[in-house]
Design a protein around this ligand. Structure first.
Ligand SMILES: [Zn+2]
Length: 305
């Protein structure tokens, strides 16, 4: 910085312009958000998923996080709203034919064109490099530029033809306000789902209480829905441990965990499980990597281009 060896510092050496610094950071952040996993900070690679707030992740990073949430990892605060694998959607991305990326630049000694994105919009061909707004559909996971969705009004997906609604569109890596709106939408949706579950549960409990004691007449609905619930939960717990009365409606819920615990077979050999379920585990063939695909070095700061 000067000042040593008798040099006289000039103003520009002492005063840093705040504007310039901000601009660089913003640019770096933008590129990082579109090409690195928001959770693991590794380069995005398929399968890529997005959450309800429109952040991009590598699917294996999300699964790793979900399998052991207690493990100490940097950056987990970005994923606290992901409760299960159902809270993320695997994206159906369109490859950019101009992108050569890793294949060409595997040794890292080549100039990497930061504006050349891995993926493009399948409708208008815009590159997904952070300069244009992109959205994905929660129904099918297809990704489009916002321009495509705005200009070509449609109710079926441009790419796969699945029907969707306005509310299924989620902006990827949106601005602060957009993320805030998405968060509100998510909270609303979850509250609704919770309420729906509760009413189902209380209905089931009501049915049980009706079959158990018929003489309970016309009470107010408040007492009939709140009282029998602990009874139903008790029955569930008892049948789970294997000594409760079988044949109740709650017993069927417990079949899955007991059978899973009793067998030592690999999940991949199970017949009743779907391929999608199996693919969640590292023993699945899609999770296996060749030796040169696995890296022994992970950088958690993506600002090294
Ligand atoms: Zn689609």
């Amino acid at each position: 910085m000067g000042c040593d060896g008798g040099t006289i510092p000039k103003r520009h050496e002492l005063v840093k312009g705040p504007k310039k610094v901000e601009k660089v950071d913003k640019n770096a952040e933008l590129i990082a958000r579109w090409s690195y996993c928001a959770l693991s900070q590794e380069k995005l690679r398929r399968p890529i998923v997005a959450c309800e707030l429109g952040r991009l992740y590598n699917k294996d990073a999300v699964i790793e996080y979900l399998l052991d949430k207690s493990a100490e990892r940097p950056n987990t605060e970005v994923a606290v709203h992901i409760r299960g694998i159902k809270d993320v959607k695997e994206l159906n991305l369109t490859d950019n034919p101009a992108w050569e990326g890793e294949r060409m630049n595997s040794k890292g000694d080549r100039y990497e064109d930061l504006h050349c994105a891995m993926f493009i919009c399948p409708v208008v061909g815009l590159e997904m490099n952070g300069k244009h707004k992109f959205c994905y559909l929660q129904t099918c996971g297809c990704v489009f530029s916002e321009r495509a969705l705005r200009e070509v009004k449609t109710e079926i997906c441009h790419k796969c033809g699945d029907p969707f609604q306005e509310s299924d569109i989620i902006i990827l890596n949106g601005s602060k306000e957009e993320v805030e709106r998405l968060r509100e939408k998510m909270d609303e949706k979850r509250a609704k789902a919770k309420a729906g579950k509760k009413s189902k549960k209380s209905k089931a409990a009501e049915a049980i209480s009706k079959s158990e004691d018929v003489k309970e007449g016309s009470d107010s609905p408040k007492t009939s829905s709140s009282e029998p619930r602990p009874v139903a939960q008790k029955g569930e717990a008892a049948s789970c441990s294997g000594q409760g009365p079988s044949g109740t409606s709650s017993a069927s819920k417990c079949v899955k965990p007991t059978s899973a615990a009793g067998s030592k077979r690999s999940i991949q050999d199970m017949e009743g499980k779907s391929e999608a379920y199996k693919s969640l585990f590292t023993s699945h063939s899609s999770a296996k990597r060749t030796k040169d695909q696995t890296s022994n070095w992970v950088t958690h700061t993506p600002y090294h281009f």
